[in-house]
Design a protein around this ligand. Structure first.
Ligand SMILES: CC(C)(COP(=O)(O)OP(=O)(O)OC[C@H]1O[C@@H](n2cnc3c(N)ncnc32)[C@H](O)[C@@H]1OP(=O)(O)O)[C@@H](O)C(=O)NCCC(=O)NCCS
Length: 139
């Protein structure tokens, strides 16, 4: 059985999961700070092994962003990514201020847009919003 666990992700697992799906390898120190500064972190666990993750960053009231939604390749297409994102959305619903509007944003990896569309996200640009943008920095 695959279970979801809240706020237990370790930095080493974060690094391992990222590299296993081809994302840039982050130093453990950076990973730890990224976890510590997240609003909410979900791990997917199978037989004691962390096989997926997802986290929420943002201001915790108006702007929430999904980061590092990752499921190990051998566990993909079994609905685990969907469970992770739904858990993150539920967190927003439970922790936002009642009666206010807010947005959950993300930058999809190339080709992963259909996954997020199944969860109610829509593509940018649209009639009111321009394209998402990024600036990369190397210190
Ligand atoms: C994106 C990712 C998290 C999806 O996780 P997952 O557990 O495989 O997703 P699910 O099984 O919940 O998929 C639900 C639906 O989303 C869609 N979907 C999922 N992966 C997809 C893909 N690679 N391409 C197109 N549609 C996809 C399908 O409609 C799928 O339903 P189906 O399997 O019945 O066809 C996973 O593929 C992953 O970790 N990829 C590598 C890391 C990455 O790119 N993360 C996203 C960073 S923005």
């Amino acid at each position: 059985m695959i279970t979801l666990a809240d706020n237990v992700l370790r930095a080493e697992e974060f690094v391992m999961l990222r590299t296993k799906v081809g994302l840039l390898e982050t130093p453990v120190e950076q990973a730890q700070k990224a976890i510590d500064n997240s609003l909410f972190v979900v791990s997917a666990v199978h037989e004691g092994r962390t096989i997926g993750m997802g986290r929420l960053v943002g201001d915790g009231v108006m702007y929430w962003y999904l980061q590092e939604i990752v499921v190990l390749p051998e566990y993909q297409r079994q609905g685990i990514g969907t469970r992770i994102v739904k858990r993150l959305i539920r967190y927003v619903e439970e922790n936002g201020i009642a009666g206010t509007k807010m947005t959950i944003g993300l930058v999809a990896a190339k080709g992963k847009e259909p996954f997020y569309e199944t969860l109610g996200f829509t593509m940018l640009p649209n009639e009111v919003t321009g394209a998402g943008m990024k600036k990369y920095l190397q210190l």
